[in-house]
Design a protein around this ligand. Structure first.
Ligand code: 2U9
Length: 344
């Protein structure tokens, strides 16, 4: 039995030596030290030995088990160390290499312009309001003095979803909703920025989706001079204190009287040049006194309340301010265009 144990020991040590990886080593452990292995078997058969032999063989069996176990452990440490070294070698990082620069983003030019407009009006006591882009026929048209049959409601000009629902064609329904919420009593001083949609063929000056910022003030005793004062302050802060404004008569269904506002041309200072098409003036927004029908439909008594409203296109403002020549630049996301307007 002694010989058998010594034979097993040298056999096992030989296999440990040959094991090339952790899996092979584990197989050796199971084969020699496992419950069904030959050493366990020897220990089980000890009952058949004489009293004198039993402790000697028992001790030897334990020593053999210990020797094999130690050899496996030593080999395991060696294999693990080698594996780690190999991994470190493969994954080595050259910390002296220059890093890849991270591309820093920034706000879109339109976002910056809208935020600038918002800041100017917040400074004059206006609040910012938003509303749904999918609107009802009532708030998009009816409540704004555009009754059924009005040419501006043409199916060809708007994206209808059902007979009653469409993508809003202007942000004016946000103002109509706000007035309705106030129940015909409280004053209103708000602007509403947002996306609007019209069935247009895209070209350098038209886009089927664009943005608007509209404003509304309703209170007792609101006059045309209030409109002019607010818009003059806006134009001077937005474009420069040296710019003048002028109002020209115009027409919108929701305002009466209606006007269009021009600012003096920056290039020629008002003398006339190719930028202002020889007029000395550049149109920047539309405005007017809120039509009595609109006030009435929103629940305000037009004999007590009056108001002014205005609307502008941030794309147009940005194009004028930065000399952008094509509205499609705002939507085609060419990074070379966009990054010119990232503030440092
Ligand atoms: C309510 C009452 C009146 C909003 C107004 C304009 C004039 C206007 C256009 C300018 C260029 C839109 O971006 S644009 O295409 N807008 O000229 N908008 S008055 O009048 C309102 C709105 C809501 C309840």
């Amino acid at each position: 039995m002694k010989d058998r144990l010594q034979e097993l020991q040298s056999e096992a040590l030989g296999k440990v030596q040959q094991a090339e990886d952790l899996k092979a080593l584990q197989d050796v452990r199971i084969a020699y030290l496992g419950k069904k292995g030959p050493i366990t078997e020897v220990l089980r058969g000890m009952g058949k030995l004489s009293k004198e032999e039993r402790p000697v063989i028992g001790q030897l069996a334990n020593e053999v088990r210990e020797t094999i176990s130690e050899a496996i452990q030593t080999k395991q440490n060696k294999l693990e160390e080698e594996a780690l070294e190999k991994q470190l070698e493969e994954e080595s990082i050259d910390v002296t290499l220059p890093g890849r620069p991270v591309q820093i983003g920034g706000p879109h030019l339109l976002t910056s312009i809208i935020e600038e407009i918002e800041d100017l009006f917040i400074g004059m006591g206006f609040e910012i309001k938003e509303g749904p882009e999918v609107e009802t026929d009532y708030y998009n048209f009816e409540a704004l003095n555009l009754p059924k049959g009005h040419p501006a409601r043409d199916m060809q000009d708007s994206f209808y979803i059902t007979e009653e629902l469409l993508l809003r064609t202007h942000t004016s329904p946000v103002q109509a909703r706000t007035m309705k919420q106030k129940d015909g009593h409280e004053p209103v001083r708000m602007i509403c920025p947002g996306k609007v949609y019209r069935r247009d063929t895209d070209d350098a000056t038209h886009s089927h989706q664009f943005t608007q910022v509209e404003g509304l003030v309703v209170d007792e005793n609101i006059k045309m001079s209030d409109l002019k004062g607010v818009l003059n302050a806006f134009a001077k802060q937005m474009f420069g204190s040296e710019r003048d404004i002028r109002l020209r008569p115009s027409f919108f269904p929701f305002t009466e009287p209606s006007v269009e506002m021009d600012i003096s041309c920056k290039v020629c200072g008002g003398d006339g040049c190719s930028v202002c098409k020889g007029t000395g003036w550049i149109e920047i927004l539309g405005a007017g006194m809120v039509h009595p029908n609109v006030l009435e439909m929103a629940g305000y008594d037009p004999n007590v309340y009056s108001g002014f409203a205005f609307g502008m296109g941030p794309e147009r403002i940005a194009m004028l301010k930065y000399g952008v020549d094509d509205i499609r630049h705002f939507y085609t996301n060419d990074i070379r265009f966009l990054k010119q307007y990232h503030k440092a």
